[in-house]
Design a protein around this ligand. Structure first.
Ligand SMILES: *[C@@H]1O[C@H](CO)[C@@H](O)[C@H](O)[C@H]1NC(C)=O
Ligand SMILES: *[C@@H]1O[C@H](CO)[C@@H](O)[C@H](O)[C@H]1NC(C)=O
Length: 501
C-alpha cells in the first residue's frame, strides 16, 4: 500500500512540475499572461527557485504566521498542514499525511479564491504550500527508493562471506553488529542525498542537517529488532540489511506525519526541514541514484567488516611508479594521489603445513576483489577501497568508528564540504582498511629493504625489518589493526626481531 501511495504521489508531483516548468520555459512574453489569466495572481510566482525563499524572507514570514495562528493549528485535527491548508486554500483537510489518501496534499492553486485574495501574502503562502507539498513527495519518494526490488536484490546475497572471507579462523561472528551500527548513518546519508542536490546543500544547510538527524532517529527504531542477529560466515547478511533498510520505511511515514502535524521530529519541526528554500523547487527523489548509492555503501560496509577481520591492509606513501629502493607494489591495485602511490594487499597464509618458504604465505589481491566493479558488485571498486580507507585514516587513524562516521557525514552535509551520497562506496569510512605510510623506509638500509613493497603472487613475500609505518607505536597500531599481531611472516628473515613484532 505504501508503495502505490508513493507512486501516486510522485506522479502527482511530476504533473505539478510539468505545470510550473511550462510556465517558466515557454515563451516568456505569452505564457505568464496566459497563466495569470487562467489561474489568478498566484501564477505570477510560478517558476520559483531555491534562492527566492530567502530573498522574499519566507522563513520570517512563516514564523510570524505560525505564531499568529497557534489556535488554528491546535484546533485542526491535521495540525499545521490542515491549518495552513485552511488558511491558504480554504481546505481544512489538506493534511499531507501518509495514511492511504493520494489527494490529501494536492495543490489546487489555480483560481483558488482564498489564495488569490491574500494580496501581499500570496507569494510567501505559495512558497510554503509548494515546500510542504514537495516535502511530502520527498518522503513518499524516499519510501520508494528504500523499497525497490533493486535494493533488496543488491543486498540479499547469501554468499558475502564465502566471497570476501577466506581466513582459517572464524572471527566474523561479531561483525554484524558493526555493520548494523553504520546502517543508521548510511540511511541518513541516503535520505539527505534524496533531498538535497549538491546545489541545494549549500543554500539549505539547515535542512540537510535536519534531514540527516531526523532519518537517523527514524532508523534507530528499525535497528532495534536486529541488534541481536549474529553473522556467521554463511549468514544472509544481505537479507538482514535489506530488511533493516525496508523497515525504516515505517519510520519515514512517522516522520512525515509528525512534521505535517506541526510536531518536532529529530529535534526540528517542519520549518527547519523546508528552511532556506530546500524544497521550494525540489525536483523529486532520483530513486535510482539513491538506491544505487545506498546499496553501494551497504555492500562496501559489509565487505569492509569482513576485510577487517583478515590480514588486509594498504601500504604506500612512496612515489607513483616506485623505484625508490623499497620494492614495487601491484600496479593493478594502485591509486596515485598527490604524487604518492597506495596499494591494497592481502597477506594470504599457507593453507596446509609446508616446509618451504611458502609456509610464510604470500601477498595477493584480497578475497573477492576480482568480483568488484562488475555484476552485483559493480558499484564498488578497488579504487573505492583505497580512496575511502585513505580518507578515513587521514581523519581518524585506525579509530574511524560508527560515531566518527555519523559525525563526519552530518558535518559534510550540514557544512556542505562534500556530498557523501554522491560518493557512494568511495565516501570516507565506508572502508577502513588499515593504512601504513612506508615512505620513511626509503633510504634506511634495513635487511631486505628492497622487499618492503611486493607485487602480488605466490612468490611474493614482503620483508619488514624496521618500523615500517614511521615509528614503533604507529607500526604496532597498524600491525594490530591489520590482524597481524604475532604473525611472524613479515620479519622471519630479519637478523633481529623488529620492535613492532
Ligand atoms: C502576524 O500578525 C501581525 C500582527 O497582527 C501582522 O502584522 C502580520 O502580518 C501577521 N503575519 C502573518 C504572516 O500572518
Ligand atoms: C580516488 O581519488 C583520486 C584522487 O583524489 C580521484 O582522482 C579519483 O577519482 C578517486 N576515485 C574514486 C573511485 O572515487
Amino acid at each position: 500500500m505504501l508503495l502505490s501511495l508513493a507512486l501516486t504521489a510522485l506522479a502527482a508531483l511530476s504533473e505539478v512540475q510539468g505545470a510550473s516548468a511550462s510556465s517558466e520555459f515557454t515563451n516568456p512574453l505569452v505564457a505568464p499572461r496566459r497563466n495569470f489569466k487562467r489561474c489568478g495572481q498566484v501564477s505570477k510566482y510560478y517558476g520559483q527557485h531555491l534562492e527566492d525563499w530567502n530573498t522574499y524572507k519566507t522563513g520570517d514570514w512563516l514564523n510570524n504566521w505560525w505564531n499568529n495562528n497557534t489556535d488554528l493549528i491546535e484546533k485542526n485535527s491535521a495540525g499545521f498542514a490542515g491549518a495552513f491548508g485552511q488558511w491558504a486554500l480554504g481546505n481544512p483537510d489538506w493534511s499531507c499525511r501518509d495514511d492511504g489518501s493520494s489527494t490529501d496534499c494536492d495543490l489546487n492553486l489555480c483560481d483558488n479564491r482564498v489564495l488569490n485574495d491574500r494580496g501581499r501574502d500570496i507569494r510567501p503562502t505559495y512558497y510554503v504550500l509548494e515546500s510542504v507539498n514537495r516535502l511530502h513527495s520527498y518522503f513518499s519518494g524516499l519510501s520508494q527508493a528504500f523499497n525497490t526490488a533493486a535494493l533488496s536484490a543488491a543486498l540479499a546475497k547469501d554468499s558475502w562471506a564465502t566471497t570476501f572471507y577466506t581466513d582459517k579462523d572464524d572471527k566474523s561472528s561479531d561483525s554484524l553488529k558493526k555493520v548494523l551500527s553504520l546502517v543508521t548513518t548510511i540511511v541518513g546519508v541516503g535520505a539527505a542525498f534524496a533531498g538535497m542536490g549538491p546545489a541545494a546543500v549549500g543554500a539549505a544547510a539547515g535542512a540537510g542537517s535536519a534531514i540527516i538527524s531526523g532519518s537517523n532517529g527514524a532508523i534507530g527504531i528499525a535497528l532495534g529488532n536486529h541488534a541481536d542477529d549474529t553473522f556467521q560466515k554463511s549468514a544472509d547478511l544481505g537479507g538482514i540489511l535489506s530488511k533493516v533498510v525496508v523497515e525504516s520505511l515505517e519510520s519515514f511515514t512517522t516522520a512525515n506525519n509528525q512534521l505535517m502535524d506541526g510536531q518536532s521530529y529529530g529535534d526540528a519541526d517542519i520549518r527547519s526541514y523546508i528552511s532556506g528554500g530546500a524544497f521550494v523547487d525540489f525536483q523529486g527523489v532520483d530513486k535510482n541514484a539513491v538506491t544505487d548509492s545506498m546499496s553501494n555503501m551497504l555492500i562496501g560496509t559489509s565487505i569492509n567488516q569482513l576485510y577487517r577481520t583478515q590480514k588486509i591492509f594498504i601500504l604506500g606513501g612512496g612515489a607513483c611508479g616506485d623505484n625508490q629502493g623499497i620494492g614495487s607494489g601491484p600496479q593493478e591495485s594502485v591509486i596515485c594521489r598527490d604524487g604518492k602511490a597506495w596499494y591494497l594487499y592481502y597477506w594470504q597464509e599457507n593453507s596446509g603445513p609446508s616446509l618451504n618458504s611458502h609456509q610464510w604465505g604470500w601477498v595477493n589481491p584480497p578475497p573477492g576483489s576480482d568480483k568488484l566493479g562488475q555484476a552485483e558488485y559493480k558499484g564498488v571498486s578497488v579504487e573505492d577501497i583505497l580512496n575511502s580507507s585513505l580518507d578515513a585514516w587521514n581523519v581518524a587513524g585506525y579509530d574511524y568508528n560508527a560515531d566518527t562516521a555519523a559525525s563526519r557525514a552530518h558535518d559534510a552535509i550540514s557544512s556542505a564540504w562534500a556530498s557523501p551520497g554522491s560518493k557512494g562506496a568511495s565516501w570516507e569510512g565506508i572502508f577502513t582498511v588499515p593504512v601504513c605510510d612506508v615512505s620513511g623506509a626509503i633510504g634506511q638500509n634495513w635487511d631486505h629493504g628492497e622487499y618492503i613493497l611486493q607485487p602480488y603472487g605466490h612468490e611474493s613475500r614482503p620483508v619488514w625489518c624496521g618500523d615500517l609505518c614511521g615509528d614503533a607505536d604507529k607500526t604496532k597500531a597498524f600491525i594490530e589493526a591489520a590482524q597481524m599481531n604475532g604473525f611472524q611472516s613479515p620479519w622471519h628473515l630479519c637478523e633481529s626481531k623488529p620492535s613492532y613484532a
